[in-house]
Design a protein around this ligand. Sequence first.
Ligand code: RTP
Ligand code: MG
Length: 202
Amino acid sequence: MNRIPATGELRRGGSLARNPRSGKSNRVDVLTPSAHHNLEQNFRVFPLHREISPMQQTLILLKPDAVQRRLVGAITGRFESKGLRLAGLKLVHTPRDLAEKHYAVHKGKPFYESLLTFLTSGPTVAMVWEGREAVAVCRNLMGMTDGGKAAPGTIRGDLALSVQNNLVHGSDSPENAAIEIALWFKSEELVKYTITDASWVG
Ligand code: RTP
Ligand code: MG
């Protein structure tokens, strides 16, 4: 039966945090495999890497419903307060060809045309967020695709009810993040800087 892992299981997962090459422990707590499985089953958690945790960039879009519903500040705040670093930000009235490229993987699906109409219907906020495990961290903050099913505490779970109008897009892998960032941003639009609380956030 699925259940939420107990705190002790998180601690016991410490052995998995050992780097097999160096034999040293990572600083992060990790779940035991069974505890992580339970968490994934219960909350559809996007899996984090189990050992070394790379710095990543990810593309986040606040879709036209987020702008129209005046939720840009509230949603951006979720990513910001998590401890991620904002590397790029702009407001785009998405042209059809960009929407087609962005959602090319869904071409032919019943919702494809409606999705393109939605994404091109008004301004979208495009952002690049950076941090440890940024791709999975952002997907977990967003929640499941269907706002009606997304867990409370997630952006979609708290603020969306629809499947299509679910407020936010997030890249689903580091490889797709690189492709999507290149679609939406020129390299000179991404800003490098050191954030002053980085050593506190970890
Ligand atoms: P996203 O790509 O926007 O981050 O969303 P996702 O990974 O959670 O979901 P995905 O399967 O990639 O679907 C892309 C977007 O298409 C719309 N959708 N509509 N009517 C439907 O059945 C349906 N299914 C998906 C949503 O806007 C979804 O975010
Ligand atoms: Mg997707």
